[in-house]
Write a protein that binds this ligand. Structure first.
Ligand code: NAP
Length: 283
């Protein structure tokens, strides 16, 4: 029987730790504040933004939100980001993605002060991660490292195979696993014979955005499987990139969907907001 990696429980632990740190900072007269900007009214984005604000409230982080109309120009959005960069009372800035099509996401992300880049998407944050300097780490991959460590799963010396090379999951995940001394293989849509690679994984991390694609033929007996995917099945129930029912009997540990990677992302955002305070105190 595979160990179920409990993201709900681990994310709650992290939120409690962040809450205690926020209380301690408040005792020193330091408050933590996150600015959240949403452009347009995409329903999925509205749910994410609402959940982020709720988490802030729970841990005691102040949140200021900006709900801008879809027609906002990229220039006006960047002006707002720059104003927030200058505000001493704002520690973190989060621009909810995706942005409307008339905007260049890269331009907007570049305008965020790297010291306030709590999503970890700024090129400077990514560069810092790749050479081991302090900086923000993208929340989902950072959450996966916590899931593994807090579930007692050793990473060092293991062969980690990652399916997907996106800037927000696959690539930072590879850098983090390397930092943890895993041997890392990154696969993508042009990889030939994907199963030949995934079957070599001690730790298989799947972030491909393909509903229940990974079946037991892709998995080595006893592997640890982390499912980042988030989809609805034909009965409108949440499911992942991994066929959980088929794969779980074969592995030693697995994340469920829901209740695996999903809850970790917001918990790590809260963690990054608190980390921003000490990052900003560096010269
Ligand atoms: P993405 O930007 O669409 O990237 C998908 C990656 O998978 C790409 O690198 C793509 O390769 C690769 N891929 C697609 N088909 C493949 C195939 N048949 N074989 C091998 N590789 C394949 O997606 P993402 O943003 O990383 O997200 C991945 C999934 O995680 C989505 O379901 C998303 O909803 C979910 N997600 C969940 C959370 C969370 O908090 N739980 C956070 C972020 C994302 P190419 O580069 O060659 O195109």
């Amino acid at each position: 029987m595979a160990q179920l990696i409990n993201g709900k429980e681990i994310s709650s632990q992290i939120k409690e730790e962040v809450k205690a740190q926020v209380t301690e900072l408040a005792g020193q007269g330091i408050s933590v504040c996150l600015a959240v900007i949403q452009v347009g009214d995409d329903p999925a984005s509205s749910v994410y933004v609402r959940n982020k604000k709720k988490a802030c409230e729970y841990v005691g982080i102040k949140s200021i939100s900006y709900e801008l109309p879809e027609s906002t120009s990229e220039e006006d959005l960047i002006v707002l980001v720059r104003q927030l960069n200058e505000r001493q009372d704002v520690n973190g800035i989060l621009v909810q993605l995706p942005l409307p099509k008339h905007m260049d996401e890269d331009h907007v992300l570049l305008s965020i002060d790297p010291k306030k880049d709590v999503d970890g998407f700024h090129p400077q944050s990514v560069g810092a991660l790749s050479i081991g300097l302090p900086g923000f780490v993208s929340c989902t991959p950072a959450g996966i490292i916590q899931l593994l460590k807090r579930s007692g799963i050793a990473i060092e010396g293991k062969h980690c195979v990652i399916v997907g090379r996106s800037n927000i999951v696959g690539k930072p995940m590879a850098l983090l696993m390397l930092r943890e001394n895993a041997t890392v293989t990154v696969t993508h849509s042009k990889t030939k014979d994907l199963a030949a690679y995934t079957r070599q994984a001690d730790i298989l991390i799947v972030a491909m955005g393909k509903r229940q694609f990974i079946t037991s033929e892709y998995v080595k007996e006893g592997a640890v499987v982390i499912d980042v995917g988030m989809h609805r099945d034909e009965n409108n129930k949440l499911c992942g990139d991994v066929d959980f029912v088929d794969v779980s009997p074969k592995c030693s540990a697995i994340t469920p969907v829901p209740g695996g990677v999903g809850p970790m992302t917001i918990a790590m955002l809260m963690y990054n907001c608190v980390a921003s305070v000490s990052l900003q105190s560096r010269k």
